[in-house]
Design a protein around this ligand. Sequence first.
Ligand code: NAD
Ligand code: TDX
Length: 335
Amino acid sequence: MQKILITGGAGFIGSNFVRHMLNEYKSYRLIVLDALTYAGNLENLADVWQHPNFIFYKGNIGDPDCVANVVQNVDAIVNFAAETHVDRSIHGAGNFVQTDVYGTFTLLEAAKKYKIERYLQISTDEVYGSILEGAFQETDPLRPSSPYSASKASGDMLVHSYYVTYDLPVLITRSSNNYGPYQYPEKLIPLFITNALENKPLPLYGDGQNVRDWIYVEDNCKAVDYVLHHGTIGEVYNIGGGNERTNIYITKKILQLLDKPESLITPVKDRPGHDRRYAVDCSKIQALGWKPQVDFEEGIAKTVHWYQDHPQWWMALKAKKADFQAFYRKNYESS
Ligand code: NAD
Ligand code: TDX
């Protein structure tokens, strides 16, 4: 496995994964295919752009000709490309079905035709739905709540079907909430850090008691690398950070790290279908030898500092009317 296609490599986790792989494997060639939607940003790849083992193609994973052109020259595919924001899926699910389901299908067809050595689908803990106590195992049924998680679950099922029907060498990872550098400032942690830096309200949904398990993005990248190289074909691997926190805890932590007042916290109408808690049992990947290394208190402090140190990166994104401001108004100011 020398040439790896990374779809969605201009997004948050994908760009961190590219950096991780170039550092880790000196002989691999990494080919990024990314449609550069509002969430894709070439600035995320600026430091690897000139790397001799890196190539970028702009293109849509739902375009069969474009996908075939790229896939015929690679050994493995890691599919990060997706529409990823739950709130956007609530306002309109079409792009989610198009990319997370049809785009996955297009990649699978090309992987089958060109006899790819490994196809790794990046999925999410959200496909299992909410769990009030305990943690989901990989064999548990999928009960997605949002159009986003339903699209991701559909992608997972297609991937599994290509393994069963065509013997395609697939793997799936389902990780919990990532945080860290280069996350688009619509997600909880970067939105709240950047709003606080701008002395703007932090719009907290509902009672703020929803729980997520946070994983530092580099820990997830190492886990994906681990599964790509050591996972058993046909299997699913949960990836969690072991850091369950309520949203109100995270909000107060960010304000404390930035020395900003709690009066910025602004309760807003709850997200429709808001999952109360996510939790995944990670014993399967831990048995392979992976475990998360970044403790939440350390990771959140590093993340806050990164956003403090890169105002030009996030201010440019938040200044875009069509991509950021129009969605922000629709999602928050109508509530
Ligand atoms: P992101 O929104 O930051 O990036 C997504 C990337 O995919 C962008 O670069 C975008 O341009 C690209 N893209 C979107 N549609 C495309 C298309 N049709 N063709 C080609 N490229 C396209 O997302 P992220 O947070 O980095 O998530 C990456 C993957 O990890 C997704 O599959 C997501 O479901 C999964 N995931 C994310 C998290 C999280 O907390 N962020 C947790 C679990 C799983
Ligand atoms: O403004 C907000 N206010 C708020 O209270 C936002 C954006 C979020 N929240 C809450 C909703 C969730 O309980 O914070 C929590 C985290 O929200 P998001 O950052 O939107 O993440 P989540 O909905 O948990 O989904 C994320 O994790 C799993 C990613 O967006 C997905 O791509 C991933 O699959």
